[in-house]
Design a binder for this molecule. Structure first.
Ligand code: SF4
Ligand SMILES: [Zn+2]
Length: 397
């Protein structure tokens, strides 16, 4: 029966030290023809079970709506609503995608314009029209104003309504999509809103080989210039410890990146890596080739960049998603709660004293790892949680 196409894909091959295949496991078996090109790509996110789970979500309801304390551009504390919508997802992800991005778990590619409007109405209903909020963050798991991802009417509704409700709006975009026509249109409907760009690293080699970001620094600089031209605010996300990088390298790179990026942004948000399901980082983490960052590294990064940031007008925040958990930035388990709380407090107070009373015996283990990462030419790091031959690790290009 030709409508029943059986395609067998194979998962990545695990190698023994002598590089002979240990196991070749079937990744998926299809009994129906693939509808789209990306379904032919061998990846766990294309397993029928993954697609079924994704498409089981109610497309008329947003993925999440929650309130958090925030700070307005003028420094006034306020309450912010975060609305995460179920969209068609990021066009870059469908083509290739960033190595750590698990947003595809929340998207479904059959979402209609009516669904999007219904999700937005639901978010307003849940928050009683954003009662008590001065800020709203609208996250679409991609670029807010990319027409292939989100219907234009819906974009316009969100921009207009948030402006009419006097809410400061934060939206997200990829740098190469920040074009003149779009930014001029956005600023004509909601002047002065914030556009957050996931730059992740201020380093072209890291963007290309560690993150697979899909744009380079030149494009980011051009995007920042255009955002300024249309008087939109610039928020930049940096990633702490992208894959294929040691803890020691992550620490020294991120201090430099913060110093560079804070000169050009109104706000910098550093996201310590957290392992999202079915991503490349998830695979190397499960294979014990990657440990999420130490919380001590984040403390050290903040201490080392604090003075440079203070001299600029930029606000720097660090929010360890899943902090203290095995899939998020963590220490030994005993001190995690205290250290995460101090980092969260710093994001609000910008006071370096938040860290003055912290200590734990695991600090010496962390420091040994940082020092040996700096002294040893092991690209992926020397941490004790790393599996495999140290010799092979050092021979890695
Ligand atoms: S650009 Fe953003 S949404 Fe798209 S794949 Fe990268 S991290 Fe994910
Ligand atoms: Zn500890």
């Amino acid at each position: 029966m030709d409508q029943f196409l059986t395609t067998r894909f194979f998962t990545y091959v695990q190698y023994k030290e002598d590089r002979r295949p240990l196991m070749v496991a079937p990744l998926m078996e299809r009994t129906t023809p693939p509808k789209r090109l990306h379904e032919l790509i061998k990846a766990p996110e294309n397993l029928p079970s993954s697609i079924e789970r994704r498409e089981s979500w109610d497309a008329t309801k947003p993925a999440t709506v929650y309130l958090t304390p925030e700070v307005l551009p003028d420094g006034t504390p306020c309450t912010a609503a975060t609305v995460i919508l179920r969209t068609k997802g990021c066009t870059w992800w469908w083509k290739s995608g960033c190595t750590f991005c698990g947003y595809f778990n929340d998207v479904r590619d059959d979402v209609t314009a009516e669904d999007m409007l219904s999700q937005w109405s639901d978010a307003k209903r849940m928050t009683n029209d954003f009662e008590g909020c001065k800020m709203v963050k609208v996250y679409t798991s991609g670029t807010f104003f990319e027409d292939r991802e989100n219907p234009i009417d819906w974009q316009e509704t969100v921009l207009r309504e948030t402006y009419e409700m006097n809410l400061h709006l934060i939206i997200e975009a990829q740098a190469h999509l920040c074009k003149d026509d779009k930014l001029s249109w956005v600023s004509s409907i909601h002047p002065g809103c914030t556009v957050a760009i996931g730059l992740e690293a201020y380093d072209d080699a890291v963007l290309r080989f560690h993150v697979n970001k899909g744009f380079n620094l030149k494009t980011w600089h051009a995007a920042v210039e255009r955002l300024r031209k249309y008087k939109l605010r610039v928020k930049t996300y940096l990633m702490f410890k992208p894959p294929f990088m040691s803890e020691g390298d992550a620490l020294s790179h991120s201090v430099r990146w913060i110093q560079e990026v804070s000169q050009l942004s109104d706000e910098v948000s550093i996201n310590p890596m957290n392992i999202q399901k079915k991503t490349i980082v998830d695979r190397i983490h499960r294979n014990r080739e990657y440990r999420p960052p130490w919380l001590w590294s984040l403390v050290k990064m903040i201490q080392e960049s604090h003075n440079a940031v203070k001299e600029s007008s930029c606000r720097v925040i660090v929010h360890p998603t899943a902090g203290g958990k095995i899939r998020g930035a963590h220490n030994c388990g005993k001190c995690d709660k205290e250290v995460v709380a101090a980092i969260e407090r710093y994001s609000v107070s910008s006071e370096i004293d938040e860290f003055s009373d912290l200590s734990c015996e695991c600090q010496s283990v962390w420091l040994d790892e940082i020092n040996s990462d700096i002294l040893t030419p092991a690209q992926f790091g020397t941490g004790i949680s790393r599996r495999g031959s140290p010799l092979r690790s050092m021979l890695a290009p």
